[in-house]
Design a protein around this ligand. Structure first.
Ligand code: SAH
Length: 253
């Protein structure tokens, strides 16, 4: 029997209207959807009533299924001849372990197709009106994981600073170490920072402050995952108001 295909599908940051048309089509036709915890219930609601939905929810403190077991599940289902939609928050290839699942599929001789999604950085930037690049303020943008093992050994030097935007995924619980690390690398304590919680969802919050106060901001506002930390001049509201004023739009505040 011919194996099915594993589709590694990006579900975007939340709202169903930020799915690609290809993702929406695959979700609505799938008989089997294997999804992680970041996928919004509104998106799962697009599935057929008779679709089998398998959650392999992952959160920092609670790994309900090990990555090897997820890989094995995807391959086993595909080998039964079943197409598998593996649905992930954001984009499968941005901190989504899509690479590992693709490798497992290819090693097993199973066809795999990758459908990109709007990554949290792009969704958050749009929803919070924070451009990741801007000809006047940032010509480099980097994405890093704030919670990988050995955070202190990771070399982030040169990724943040004047003219650069640094987007930190999974950084809420390590915000104090992140601020300390960046300032030890020479970043100014007053470098503007934004924390975007639940980006592109109705309950989104955008919190701003200087880098030195990032730990207090996260603690005081009880920021919860999922949230991104964005560091750089582009996050300063004043910068953007200034840009608007330049083109003659009156500021309202
Ligand atoms: N593949 C995903 C990232 C998965 S890692 C993507 O491309 O977006 C999980 C991290 O993504 C979270 O800890 C958080 O930092 C970020 N994230 C995902 N969805 C988010 C959202 N709606 N708002 C803010 N951050 C989000």
């Amino acid at each position: 029997m011919q194996s099915g295909t594993i589709f590694l599908v990006g579900a975007g940051p939340g709202s169903p209207d930020l799915l690609t048309l290809r993702a929406a089509r695959l979700i609505s036709r799938a008989r089997l959807i294997v999804h992680d915890g970041l996928v919004d219930p509104q998106i799962l609601a697009l599935a057929r009533p008779d679709a089998r939905l398998v959650s392999v929810a992952k959160s920092r403190a609670r790994h309900t299924m090990k990555q090897d077991d997820i890989n094995a599940l995807l391959v086993a289902e595909a080998r039964k001849g079943e197409d598998v939609v593996r649905l992930k928050g954001g984009d499968p290839f941005v901190f989504g372990r899509g690479g590992e699942e693709m490798e497992a599929a290819l090693a097993a001789g199973v066809r795999v197709e990758v459908v990109p999604g709007i990554s949290a950085a792009n969704g958050a930037a749009a929803a919070a009106q924070i451009p990741l690049t801007h000809r006047d303020h940032a010509s480099i943008v980097s994405f890093v994981a704030g919670q990988c093992k050995g955070l202190s050994e990771q070399d982030w030097s040169g990724l943040a600073g004047v003219g650069r935007t640094l987007v930190i995924y999974m950084g809420v619980s390590t915000a104090p170490q992140i601020a300390e690390k960046l300032m030890a690398d020479g970043l100014a304590p007053d470098m503007p920072v934004a924390v975007i919680e639940n980006a592109a969802r109705p309950e989104m919050r955008v919190l701003r402050g200087p880098l030195a106060a990032l730990p207090q901001l996260v603690e005081r506002e009880k920021v919860k995952s999922p949230a991104l930390i964005v560091i750089g001049e582009v996050t300063a509201e004043l910068v953007m108001q200034g840009a608007q004023l330049e083109v003659g739009v009156e500021s309202t505040c």
